[in-house]
Design a protein around this ligand. Structure first.
Ligand code: BGC
Ligand code: BGC
Length: 467
């Protein structure tokens, strides 16, 4: 830690995060079933350079080495995801014991290293067999998630310290079902909202199943960021408002308030929506925000520049809003704007919007891709990643100083990994991975984070927060 690092309370939780398909590899081992990402990566032209998660960082075989890296880093928690098709190869019924055994070993290894396991159940890798049956467009998938939650909860619940049934339902809905740039590759536009509703219902049912299995400390990892209007013009403000409701409040309101942000939205959905919302709104012990970048929105035809390049995809015509590029030269190598204040603002917005109804917050993901150089003499200088995290932590500290209850920060990611449709070129890790040799090299940012954590350390524990 240096004089320029922010100081949090001693019990603030320092973590790192990753997800199964992005790091594990071993896609055909020990009875794992196929997931929609295996299928998607097999389609020509959808993932950069035709890359796949077949090997990824080979974490499935190297997890001991990776846990040792986390132990030396000194993190209090590791946010991992369980691969559903490893546990239930067809997404229903029979348990694949060898698949579940892997997580048993991993969790034991974490506990032995003094690291609290924080487990996501669904980080986008739906069993392909469930997709063949309609996936999240099908109501039944919500019940399947609850069964799977029950299995994992019973097996690992004695050691897991934080639970998240879902990761970023907004991104899985928008990228996977509306625009088609992520698996399962559907281009349904607003028709994708049904998949959002079923994920949210699955979340509620899975929270119930986890609690019934004796699991504690349950939340969600949900992607949120401020939405700004491109100008003061009324049309831009209106368009920004529509977009804000779609990407932020459609996903947070049901979970935290048991309502959809607009009656039109609820009316557009199939099923007993009012009943479902009661299930969705299970009381949570905490709420996790994944933050990357704010969005700027203009009215449909207000300007000349096209929307493509902002969401990295051509948007269908006829939408009531248009994302435009944020006017800043300060960007990651992925092209994403660097706006630390956005983290402060979204956290404050949550506190204002939900007031007493808001449980304690965690930042369940924050991070940046830079195209780091290969290691030289065991070193990877990544000054910009250090600056990125430091600036975001300063911004977060401002919200904490305002009185918002934020309990921890998880860096995305511990390792460089498979960045979905963008493949391996985007590197988010604190640890560099050489994809030819699979060798791990801690970057300068790893050493910085280790020092920051060490300076804070006194009694790092994860406590059940709803008491
Ligand atoms: C996801 C991660 C992803 C990261 C960077 C989030 O959208 O949860 O899986 O790698 O952000 O894009
Ligand atoms: C990336 C995804 C990411 C998403 C949302 C996409 O461009 O490819 O990995 O999760 O943006 O942040």
């Amino acid at each position: 830690m240096t004089a320029t690092d922010p100081v949090f309370e001693p019990d603030f939780l320092w973590g790192v995060a990753a997800a199964a398909y992005q790091i594990e590899g071993a896609v055909e081992e020990d009875g794992r079933g196929r997931s929609i990402w295996d299928e998607f990566c097999g389609r020509p032209g959808v993932v950069a350079r035709g890359e796949t998660g077949d090997v990824a960082t080979d974490h499935y075989h190297r997890y001991r080495e990776d846990v040792a890296l986390m132990r030396d880093l000194g993190v209090g928690a590791y946010r991992l995801s369980v691969s559903w098709p490893r546990v239930q190869p067809t997404g229903r019924g029979v348990i694949n014991e060898p698949g579940l055994d892997f997580y048993d070993r991993l969790i034991d290894e974490l506990c032995a290293a003094g690291i609290a396991p924080a487990v996501t159940l669904f980080h986008w890798d739906l069993p392909q067999a469930l997709q063949d049956n309609g996936g999240w467009l099908e109501r039944d998938t919500a019940a399947r998630l609850a069964d799977y939650a029950d299995i994992v909860g019973r097996r690992l619940g004695d050691r897991v310290r934080m639970w998240m049934p879902l990761n970023e339902p907004v991104v899985h809905t928008l990228y996977g079902h509306a625009l088609g740039v992520h698996a399962p590759g559907y281009q349904l536009g607003f028709g994708a909202l049904q998949a959002a509703h079923h994920q949210l219902l699955g979340h509620g049912l899975a929270v119930q199943a986890l609690r019934a299995a004796g699991c504690e400390n349950i939340g969600i990892a949900s992607n949120h960021a401020p939405v700004h209007a491109a100008s003061d013009a009324r049309e831009d403000a209106l368009a920004a408002d529509i977009y804000d409701h779609l990407v932020n409040w459609t996903f947070a309101d049901p979970v935290l308030r048991g309502t959809y942000p607009t009656p039109e939205l609820a009316a557009a959905l199939a099923g007993p929506v009012d009943e479902d919302l009661k299930t969705v709104a299970q009381p949570l012990d905490w709420f996790g925000i994944n933050y990357y970048e704010p969005t700027v929105i203009a009215a449909p035809a207000a300007r000349d520049e096209g929307a493509s390049g902002v969401l990295e995809v051509e948007l269908p015509p006829g939408l009531p809003f248009r994302p435009v590029a944020l006017d800043t030269p300060d960007r990651t190598d992925f092209g994403w704007p660097i706006v630390p204040a956005g983290l402060r603002d979204i956290v404050r917005t949550f506190a204002d919007r939900y007031g007493e109804m808001l449980p304690p917050l965690y930042i369940t993901e924050s991070g940046a891709s830079f195209h780091d150089p290969d290691p030289v003499d065991g070193r990877v200088p990544d000054r910009r990643r250090i600056d990125y995290h430091r600036a975001h932590l300063h911004a977060l500290k401002q919200a904490v100083d305002d009185g918002v209850d934020v309990r921890g920060y998880f860096v995305w990611s511990i390792l460089d990994n498979f960045e979905w449709a963008a493949g391996y070129r985007e590197r988010f890790g604190l640890v560099h991975v050489d994809y030819r040799t699979l060798e791990r090299t801690p970057k300068d940012s790893y050493h910085w984070y280790r020092d920051l954590i060490a300076a804070h350390r006194t009694g790092q524990t994860v406590t059940a927060s709803r008491s």
